[in-house]
Every structure is written in C-alpha cells, then in structure tokens.
Design a protein. Structure first.
Length: 258
C-alpha cells in the first residue's frame, strides 16, 4: 500500500462503516430508533505547567423523543503526568426540557461530576490510540417529584484518531484526521451495560487554536420489557475545540507529539 493510499485509508473505512452501522441498526426490532443532533464547544485554557482547564457548552435536540438538552461544564481540568497518561476531572450540568408529559416525562436538572484517566499508546504512525475511562456520579433533580436521584456509572472509550496525510504533516494546520471509537457504559444501579456506543467521523485542524469534528454515533440501550440491549438512537454531532493558548490543543489532545 503506497503512502497516499495508506493515509486515506482510515477516513475511507470510516465512511464505509457509517452507513453499514446505520443499516444494521435500522434492521433492529422495535422500539423504533430516534435521531439526535448535538453541537458542543470545548474551550481549553492553560493553568500552570502540565495542568490545563477546559469548559463544556452543548446543545442537544431530539425531535423524535421531544426533548432538548443544554450542557454547561465548569470547572474541568486535565493534568498530563506523562506524555502517555493524563488525569481528567470536572463537573457538567445538564438541563433537559421535555416537550411532552407523555409517560410521565418532566423537565430535569442533572449535575454530573466525573474523574478519570486518558492513556495513549505510543506508535510510529503518529496515531492517537487511546483509552479514556471515567467514573461519573449523576445527580438528577426532577421537577415532577422535587426530589434528587443518584446514579453511578463507568464509561470507557477505546478510540483511534488517524491523520489523513503523510506522517511528516500529521496533526498540522490544514489537515484532516479520521475518528473511530467504541464506548461501553456500565450502570451500577442496574448492574447493566447501558448504553453502548460506536462512533465514526472526521476532524479538521483549522489553525493551532481551532479543531472541528463532524461525528456520527450509533447508540444501543436497554429496552422494556425484555431489558435487551437494542439499537435506540442515531446521534449526529459537531464538536468545536478551542485553545486559548497557541498550540494548547496539540499539547492536551496530542501529548505524544509535544
């Protein structure tokens, strides 16, 4: 395989697999799946040395399930202990606006503190091969009952981000990269894997301070009455990653390339 073909292989594979995953998902038995749309902004800023901070601003809309989510995350911190290992922690708030009271649905407010690690596998191809595992403590307030409920879960993302260019130009301005990962989430309250996601997409390095990512998720969740893990959702997402400091995104997101 020559260099040009090899550099384009990851994104070609991703775009071949996206419709394949969707077709398999749509062949699932009822209940029907829904379509969700997300836009997320991640500002990153330096704190001191290998410690940096990040925020999280997001908007989610699912017209099929009749809800909108608003995300706001602060504070968030990343500590790069070594080029191959980072510690992550933060707090995310989510307000859910349900358009219908069907099946007892009400608006909710969730506070989601989390802590975890992100480990990178060194390699000569300059790919980001990583595992991002975090523990989340989800505290949700229901406007219907005026009570809080608590759920703990662990989510572990295994992913690859592969530059769509030759090795010398990997992760440089004006280049693209392919994205593929899978993320199982384990709920302690139900002792179940719920949900499970597969993601594909493409990213673009617009300049040292800005990265754009267009992503597709296939989502599987538990469904009643059998509690089987079935396909439930298509998720389409735009990520906007911003670095306040020049080259901060490269230092945080590509620590092996520092």
């Amino acid at each position: 395989m020559n260099l040009r073909l090899e550099s384009r292989f990851p994104v070609a594979l991703a775009f071949l697999l996206i419709p394949a995953v969707s077709l398999v998902a749509q062949s699932s038995s009822p209940p029907p799946w829904t379509n969700e749309y997300r836009v997320t902004l991640f500002p990153h800023y330096p704190i001191k040395g290998n410690l940096s901070g990040f925020g999280y601003l997001g908007w989610v809309k699912n017209p099929d399930a009749a809800y909108t989510n608003w995300y706001a995350g602060f504070p968030g911190v990343v500590y790069t202990a070594r080029p191959w290992i980072q510690a992550w922690g933060g707090l995310i708030g989510i307000y859910t606006n349900n358009y219908t009271n069907e099946n007892g649905k009400q608006d909710t407010l969730e506070l989601r503190p989390f802590i975890g690690w992100k480990a990178f596998l060194p390699n000569k191809k300059k790919w980001n091969i990583y595992n991002f595992t975090r523990w989340e403590f989800r505290q949700t307030y229901s406007h219907a009952t005026h009570e809080w409920s608590n759920v703990e879960r662990v989510r572990s993302r295994f992913g690859i981000e592969a530059p769509i260019t030759d090795r010398e130009n990997a992760w440089k301005v004006g280049t693209f990269y392919a994205i593929a990962n899978t993320e199982p989430m384990y709920r302690f309250d139900k002792n179940d894997l719920d949900p499970f996601r597969v993601q594909f997409g493409v990213g673009y390095i617009a300049n040292p301070r800005v990265r754009l990512e267009l992503l597709y998720y296939a989502n599987w969740g538990r469904v009643a009455p059998t509690n089987d893990l079935a396909f439930t959702e298509n998720i389409f997402r735009l990520n906007i990653k911003l670095g306040v400091k020049h080259a901060l995104l490269r230092e945080v997101l590509n620590p092996l390339e520092k």
